[in-house]
Design a protein around this ligand. Sequence first.
Ligand code: CA
Length: 222
Amino acid sequence: MRILVVEDEPTLQAQLAEALAAAGYVTDRADNGVDAHFLGDSEPYDAAILDLGLPRMDGLTVLRKWRAAGRTMPVLILTARDSWHEKVAGIDAGADDYLAKPFHMEELLARLRALIRRAGGHASAEIACGPLVLDTRQGRAMLDGQTLTLTSHEFRVLSYLMHHQGEAISRSDLVEHIYAQDFDRDSNTVEVFIARLRKKLPPGMIETVRGLGYRLRAQDRP
Ligand code: CA
């Protein structure tokens, strides 16, 4: 899952990026509204964390422009403490949730997980696909109750497929959601991750959809 982090305070931005990386997300970062608007408008993020008080273009304007352009990714806004009117304005502008500063990183991560799950149509913290269960709180996947040993890239690929199970996902979709923008991307590596995941999963769970990509689905087992 790939997250856009928009925050102009360098310390907080670094803390957010570090906490998100530790939780298994990849992040792109912006420290002003103009860059934030451009990135959110042109890159396919799974969610955005958006500070409202930003140089060059304020966060509310950024959010309104994204929504006006049809960008539907979940957006969690960061508001000033005790500023109820900011929260109201933010939600009216299209925010999905808000947190007032200062906040606990654990709460931010929990809200972010919930936003991403709901965007994929999953209400519960555990997403199941047949014998496979993704525990979004612990950042792990289990097969028949046994935790799978996965590299961070394998986990990101599997997590994205689990959130979008039953859908055909192209290699380029996967690349865009498992790497940050400044990463040297190579779509061939996706095939490697898929091959490794297939060895760890029941046969046929990750289908190849000719000309489209891959699809994760529960197999009927005897
Ligand atoms: Ca700010």
